[in-house]
Write a new protein. Structure first.
Length: 131
């Protein structure tokens, strides 16, 4: 099955997978890279890991992904008091700074929450004719 950037349902499903995991997951990193840069999941299997950032285990990879894919979005992070969950919301804003809708990621780590929110945000930007 293809998980190319033009398939919103695949991006949303991948966001749920990212949120559901704990800790680093290189195969998920590979799928995120493929999904957001227009590679099918079949082709992604052959992507060398040296070209795949550590999205699920590094803020140094997750945050630049946000800025590259959704540069106009502002974000807010909430950490639960028991530190069990991070909640990230990305929002576009109008010319006066008012939010125009948001996309959320909730996960056990901040990097995973950011990546899930990015996947949902990118899915929302796809128009029906792009499918």
């Amino acid at each position: 099955r293809s998980c190319a950037m033009t398939d919103p349902a695949a991006l949303l499903a991948l966001a749920a997978v990212v949120e559901g995991g704990i800790g680093p997951a290189r195969e998920i990193d590979r799928l995120v890279r493929a999904a957001l840069f227009g590679v099918s999941t079949d082709q992604a299997k052959h992507l060398p890991m040296t070209y795949v950032p550590h999205y699920t285990s590094s803020l140094d990879a997750a945050y630049p992904l946000l800025r590259e894919k959704l540069p106009d979005r502002v974000f807010r992070v909430h950490e639960f008091l028991d530190r069990s969950i991070f909640d990230v919301r990305l929002a576009g804003v109008d010319k006066d700074g008012w939010p125009l809708g948001s996309h959320r990621g909730r996960a056990s780590t901040l990097d995973r929450a950011i990546v899930a929110a990015v996947l949902r945000g990118v899915a929302a930007t796809i128009t029906p004719q792009e499918k």
